[in-house]
Design a protein around this ligand. Sequence first.
Ligand code: SF4
Length: 452
Amino acid sequence: MCGIIGIYSNKNIAKELYYGLYSIQHRGQESCGIAVVNDGKIKAIRQMGLVGDVFKEKEIDYLSGNIGIGHVRYSTAGGSVIQNCQPFVGTCRKRNLGLAHNGNLVNANYLKEMLEEDGLMFQTNSDTEVILNILSRYYKGDIVQSIKLTMDYIKGAYSLVIFSDNELVAVRDPHGFRPLIMGKKDDEYIFASENCAIDILGGEVIRDVEPGEIIVIKNGEMKSYNYSEHYKPVMRSCIFEHVYFARNDATIDNLNAYEFRIKCGEKLAESDDVKPDLVVPVPDSGWPGALGYSNASGIRVSEALVKNRYVGRTFIKPTQEEREIGVKIKLNPLKSMLKDKSIVLVDDSIVRGTTSRRLVQALREAGAREIHLRVTSPPVAYSCFYGIDTPNRENLLASNHNVEKMREHIGCDSLKFIDIDTMIEAAGGENKFCKACFDGDYAVKLYDMQSN
Ligand code: SF4
């Protein structure tokens, strides 16, 4: 997962890029970067670490410019090393280019081999460098044409913000896997992975960038182009953004994450037959589902798991060892609330099952009599190749366990998931979502890898 932002203005936007990037920090905590172009010169700072730690006053002063892009990264392709930090920038035929990418190409290895055969050298193992290299090959001044030609090659998930010397460009792949929102503040244009970046800058959200759309801001004007006249985009917006990744205040492709999460909780309660004393959310992302469950069942919600606010998301930490430690220090049960109680524990998803198993064990030790785990997404049984870090199917609990085996593994008294159709109903019922991690139906062929 990554988050991107791009701003075009007639004034210095370094601080706005910083604040905008800060607001989408939840989308990646490994590294961050900002690049601006000013009077034909690129200035960029990229570092491992969090936005607030990397960018201080000195860095913000250095990054003065009126066109710029930013990136927060959690690696899905390429290692967690400084060379892979984005944005990527470069100069070709005396023209500047900068690019930040959220997503994952499914044919990056193939393209890289092809380009290396041609004598091109790569400095990183990131798929974003592949995109920039193809783009710079074609870029001779016409950015739209060169992006279209690049899109003929690259397959998979990509939301991009790109700058040249005098333009800011936003691109969303023809399936719209990853989000990209356009906003405006006075004469300024803002593109970001989530609307919170636009909101906090005092801008107005205009709309989502459409699948297969290329939007160019130049000379203060916005122009929209389609990738191809011959190719009809098929929207496959990632449902997992709404299940887990996006902030509660995110509205992506006209669906608000918070409302969706509440609805999923309500739907779970409507078809449930247990009568617990309490509904307990797994903080933070289980909260809306628990509220929904409580709304529909009339059973009160209790904050019986207390979260250490200074620990990151365990699911998106890079190594298993870090994840294990993260779970231990992240959540502590409130014994006085739990003693002899039957509870419905509500979580947004079960991926590896590590967190759920440890939580159930901790809740029992704290005195809970019965624990009924309810999950507001279906079992994650397939890997994502479109930009979410679930690369090995064997690590997904649902890939090799049925629900009863999962229940045994986790150690709860009962386990229920929302089913795919009900989840899509809660999302408005349209057939516009990617849900491949639940049903294995991959919209773009997996060129480089097998859907193992
Ligand atoms: S496979 Fe799952 S996580 Fe990946 S894009 Fe599709 S819905 Fe999102």
